[in-house]
Design a protein around this ligand. Structure first.
Ligand SMILES: [Zn+2]
Length: 320
């Protein structure tokens, strides 16, 4: 039930994202309401301030006219349609919180906080680097095709990633003609627990696949990006790519104590100690998103300070 609400909310968000500016409350279909309300609750959408002095006539959709109140009722006088009643819902508008959207995508891709987001053209952003690739977000594939210069890269750099909603028309497998890899929002990302998560290649969206956060390796998910510890939180806890790599490495050693450098080199991390990737920066202290992975680490991993070794007992082959 929760999953399908997440899936529907994500669809709603992706579809509205390409429409750019805003939509009116009244235009949200009854069937879309729960998804829309979920997005409002997680602050993915926010009120949009419209100029309510002149309003587009809802009858013809062509003429704009001045809004006035007559006998407590809002009306406008359309040159074509005459007096038309306006309901409050027709004036209350919403928009996707672009800052929220970019922040959550950056966090899904684990981009470095040292890199700022850059606007590279109208509706096109460079949101960071993922595994030494530039990650470009655009409101539509067409915007990118109109400004192919945004795909230019210094010789030797990896092919950039381009994230956009799927256009309504058929695009073929490689719409950017080998200049960049296209990641359709609907297929390569999903919404879970108020956050956006990235689906690795070959992972289908949650509609057709089991929940990616299901505990498979002990309390950890198949891809180690989630940990289920009900004593900390009823929902699975999302992990960063680096945290997942550390858990994956600890799982590999099947409950055998290992030195930090062995675990970290297997995880492909440059940090010295496993806990380094779980540490909470002062500005994020107290935020569950950052605190919970650290608590999960403390619950699952034991350190022998004298021997300088680390072990994750739940990975032991003898414990079920
Ligand atoms: Zn009209």
């Amino acid at each position: 039930m929760i999953e399908s609400l997440n899936a529907r909310a994500w669809q709603f968000l992706c579809a509205r994202y390409s429409d750019a500016s805003h939509w009116f409350d009244e235009a949200v279909e009854t069937i879309e309401r729960p998804a829309f309300e979920h997005l409002a609750a997680i602050k993915a959408v926010k009120p949009f301030v419209t100029d309510n002095r002149f309003v587009l006539c809802p009858c013809c959709g062509l003429q704009a006219a001045e809004l006035y109140r007559a006998c407590g009722v809002l009306e406008l006088n359309c040159p074509d349609c005459g007096p038309v009643r306006i309901f409050e819902g027709q004036l209350r508008a919403w928009t996707i919180d672009a800052d929220w959207f970019i922040r959550k995508l950056r966090s899904a891709l684990d981009t470095s906080t040292r890199q700022a987001t850059l606007v590279i053209a109208s509706g096109i952003w460079l949101i960071g680097q993922h595994e030494r690739r530039s990650v470009i977000l655009a409101r539509s594939l067409d915007e990118v095709l109109h400004y192919p210069a945004v795909l230019e890269r210094p010789r030797g750099n990896q092919m950039p990633w381009v994230i956009t909603p799927k256009p309504k028309r058929d695009t073929g497998a490689d719409p950017l003609a080998g200049r960049a890899e296209w990641l359709p929002l609907e297929e390569r990302f999903t919404l879970y627990g108020g956050n956006i998560s990235f689906l690795e290649q070959g992972t289908a969206p949650e509609l057709s696949k089991p929940d990616p956060s299901t505990a498979v390796h002990g309390p950890l998910s198949e891809d180690f990006r989630w940990v289920q510890l009900t004593e900390l939180q009823s929902d699975p806890i999302a992990l960063t790519l680096a945290q997942a790599a550390v858990f994956r490495s600890l799982w590999h050693f099947a409950g055998q104590p290992q030195e930090a450098h062995t675990i970290m080199s297997r995880a492909g991390c440059s940090s010295d100690k496993p806990i380094d990737v779980f540490k909470v920066k002062p500005k994020f202290q107290g935020e569950p998103k950052y605190e919970l992975p650290l608590q999960a680490y403390k619950a699952l991993v034991q350190t022998d300070r004298r021997a300088g070794t680390y072990v994750m007992p739940c990975a032991s082959l003898t414990t079920a």
